[in-house]
Design a protein around this ligand. Structure first.
Ligand SMILES: [Zn+2]
Length: 419
């Protein structure tokens, strides 16, 4: 058996790993690099392509397979959301006037090629999917072939969040021959989630007390719904006073619909509610014009470089009563949010404008940190562990922590290993 590390190696973005046996070849993820030109970088001759979750760095190259009738495997939410994100990708390329060789029909073809399965048998190969935490519908993948088992984590987390259960270690296969594991936060130990949520609610409360506006740029998939549900619940519980709260994002609203119709992916508490993502204190708006200030607004883009996020950042940044809460861990270097946070300024029409609003990053991540990564390796006891999906320093820091338990390897881009 051979494992080809095709993408998402020593970096985050464009994840793709091929597992090749005498019987066939399977891809684990088929992602794209966000912010880079769309290019065909991966082979297309797979017997099946398993998609761990709907983030485009794991699924964004699927349009390349749209005319091949490849078998794509993953959860229902991953299918539905991936299709929406691919459509959105096509829309953005068209709006920007870029040449793009795919259309909405291709996105629909991806949906049609999808097999919603938790296990699938191919000649000489048994594939099983396990809940991974991270975002709704995310799965880890185990492949049993040639008497060996490989476990690929995709992106995962072990702790429960407000709407999603973490991956359950007791359910995962023990002592696999190889563990292929993300290392995004391999060198980072984070505060506990409850402390971060306290920080967030405190920041919102302080702004409410001075009747300011709160801008929360969030990704349309999962982060937006998680944030809205968290604030909605805090108002229901009396932790926050009633205030105008809005979400603005057509894409997020569409995805919220999928969340309501697939409650089974979420925590038991969420499942008890009839339509858990029809919030009691949060309204969905189509346009920023409809906002009644003061307000809390959860909107796209998550990086603040476009859409309602950018518009409101420009509108609200000069007022010291307002605050901006960034919940993404990563921000591109040229992101207006990053410049506002680090330099205290915004560039509007080529002119520097000082930022007086409070800008704070409170990272409510869906990734395992070093503690959870080590816990995973200690529990599963893999013979070999391959660290991917992380900057080299993060992977190296994790490697030091686990090298007493397992043989660790940080593959080079495009490296192939034989087992
Ligand atoms: Zn992800």
């Amino acid at each position: 058996m051979k494992i080809h590390f095709l993408g998402g190696v020593r970096e985050v973005g464009g994840s793709c790993i091929a597992v090749e046996t005498n019987y066939g070849k399977v891809a684990l993820d088929y992602g794209t690099k966000i912010g880079e030109k769309f290019t065909n970088q991966f082979p297309r001759d797979f017997d099946a392509v398993i998609i761990s979750h709907a983030h485009l760095d794991h699924s964004g190259s699927l349009l390349e397979l749209s005319r091949k009738k490849s078998v794509i495997v993953g959860s229902r939410i991953t299918r539905d959301v991936t299709t929406e994100l691919l459509r959105d990708m096509i829309k953005i390329q068209r709006m920007n006037g870029n040449y793009f060789p795919y259309n909405y029909h291709d996105a629909d073809n991806v949906k049609k090629s999808w097999w919603i399965r938790d296990s699938i048998a191919l000649p000489g190969m048994l594939i099983r999917l396990y809940p991974a935490g991270h975002v709704a519908g995310a799965k880890m993948t185990s492949i049993r072939t040639e008497g060996k088992e490989i476990l690929y984590t995709g992106d995962f987390c072990l702790h429960d969040t407000e709407i999603l259960e973490g991956s359950k270690l007791e359910n995962l296969p023990k002592e696999p021959e190889a563990l292929i594991v993300e290392s995004t936060y391999g060198g980072t130990i984070r505060l506990r989630r409850s402390e971060l949520v306290d920080q967030l609610l405190k920041r919102i409360l302080c702004t409410i007390e001075r009747k300011g506006n709160v801008l929360i740029p969030s990704f349309a998939f999962h982060r937006s719904q998680e944030m809205a549900k968290r604030i909605d619940q805090a108002m229901e519980d009396g932790v926050l006073p009633k205030y105008n709260v809005y979400t603005i994002s057509k894409l997020a609203h569409k995805i919220t619909g999928y969340f309501n119709s697939h409650k089974q992916f979420f925590t038991k508490n969420i499942q008890k509610e009839n339509e858990p993502f029809n919030y009691r204190h949060v309204r969905q708006l189509r346009r920023t014009k409809q906002i009644k200030e003061p307000a809390i607004v959860i909107c796209t883009s998550g990086f603040g470089h476009a859409g309602a996020s950018l518009y409101l950042l420009n509108e609200w940044a000069a007022d010291e009563n307002n605050s901006v809460i960034i919940n993404s861990g990563y921000l591109p270097p040229d992101s207006p949010l990053k410049v506002a946070m680090e330099k205290g300024e915004l560039i509007e029409n080529g002119i520097k404008v000082p930022v007086r609003a409070e800008v704070e990053q409170i990272e409510l991540s869906g990734h395992a940190d070093q503690v959870e990564l080590v816990q995973l390796v200690e529990t599963l006891r893999p013979k070999s562990t391959f660290l991917i999906h992380g900057e080299l320093e993060q992977a190296q820091a994790l490697s030091k922590e686990i090298s007493g338990i397992t043989e660790v390897h940080i593959p080079e881009p495009r490296e192939t290993i034989s087992m």
